[in-house]
Design a protein around this ligand. Structure first.
Ligand code: FE2
Ligand code: FE2
Length: 300
């Protein structure tokens, strides 16, 4: 076995790491709009020299709004995926069913948390930021795919939040402390989810031939392309909000592809290259790992 995760131990660490919504953001708390919300390695706004520092910060905050929205969308399809996975064998293993239902409950709480942050964002930001959607339609499109492909996308996303927090956010002293705390608390629970996702992916891959795994990787790429297309549309919506907020048009031909690429790294690439994700792929099939490693530079 390439890992030592199990349902009993993961449930125990989940219960220890658990927090309440008000521990992270009370309904009356406000974000500090004089600061950046996203780390530069994810937002990539400081590199845009046609924007002044104030405008770069506005775009950084729009990028944080995107983060809240994209994760809201993602958590909304994780929830039904988990329930579908748990239901057929809910009598078999008490640790398993409790761990998965606890995982689902935490994702429901995260949806709630992201909404609360969204409300705090809307209270403090001068213009409305549009978002791709509706989230139900995005979720339905993704869930049409092979559960193994969906499970791999979710596994990638959950490990990615660890890379976002540990790799970029934890040591960045310039960020709004509340937004930083959102990322930290989200990661604390996601770290346990990623272990459960690993067990779910193992179960979904069991008994599949090399060819069937390859087919699931095709579908993984289909979901990736669908998400990527959404990120490109979102990058345009972000620039609409930026132009409205700063009251002038910007050089969209230069900024849009750069910001789309930043989002590709944030929501896809940083997961594709995560060591734990790669280890799971290797265990499924070295060819699956190779295919994803070859695609990863596009999302860097
Ligand atoms: Fe989550
Ligand atoms: Fe999660």
């Amino acid at each position: 076995m390439y890992h030592d995760f199990n349902y009993e131990a993961t449930l125990a660490s989940s219960l220890r790491a658990q927090w309440r919504l008000d521990d992270v953001l009370r309904e009356d708390q406000n974000l500090d709009f004089s600061r950046n919300f996203m780390p530069e390695s994810l937002a990539r706004t400081a590199a845009l020299d046609t924007l002044n520092p104030f405008e770069q910060r506005i775009l950084n905050q729009i990028s944080a709004h995107q983060y809240l929205s994209i994760f809201g969308v993602v958590e909304e399809f994780i929830l039904p995926f988990l329930l579908d996975h748990a239901r057929p064998s809910f009598r078999e293993d008490d640790w398993r069913i409790r761990a998965i239902l606890n995982f689902a409950g935490e994702e429901a709480k995260h949806i709630h948390l992201f909404k609360r942050f969204h409300q705090a964002f809307v209270r403090g930001f001068p213009v409305e930021c549009q978002v791709i959607g509706p989230s139900e339609a995005i979720g339905a499109e993704i869930l049409k795919h092979d559960p193994l492909a969906v499970g791999l996308v979710i596994l990638m996303i959950e490990w990615m939040t660890q890379q976002h927090y540990l790799g970029s956010i934890r040591d960045d002293g310039d960020l709004d402390p509340l937004f930083k705390s959102l990322m930290k608390h989200h990661w604390m629970e996601e770290a346990q989810h990623a272990k459960l996702d690993t067990l779910i992916v193992d179960a979904l891959a069991e008994g599949r031939s090399e060819e069937q795994i390859d087919k699931a990787i095709d579908e993984f790429f289909e979901i990736g392309a669908f998400l990527d297309n959404g990120l490109q549309v979102q990058a345009g919506l972000n620039l609409d909000a930026l132009e409205k907020a700063i009251g002038r048009p910007v050089d969209r031909d230069a900024i849009l592809p750069q910001q789309h690429q930043a989002a590709r790294w944030t929501y896809i690439g940083s997961g594709m290259v995560h060591e734990r994700f790669k280890t799971t792929l290797e265990s499924l099939s070295p060819n699956a790992a190779k295919r994803i490693a070859e695609a990863a530079p596009v999302f860097a």
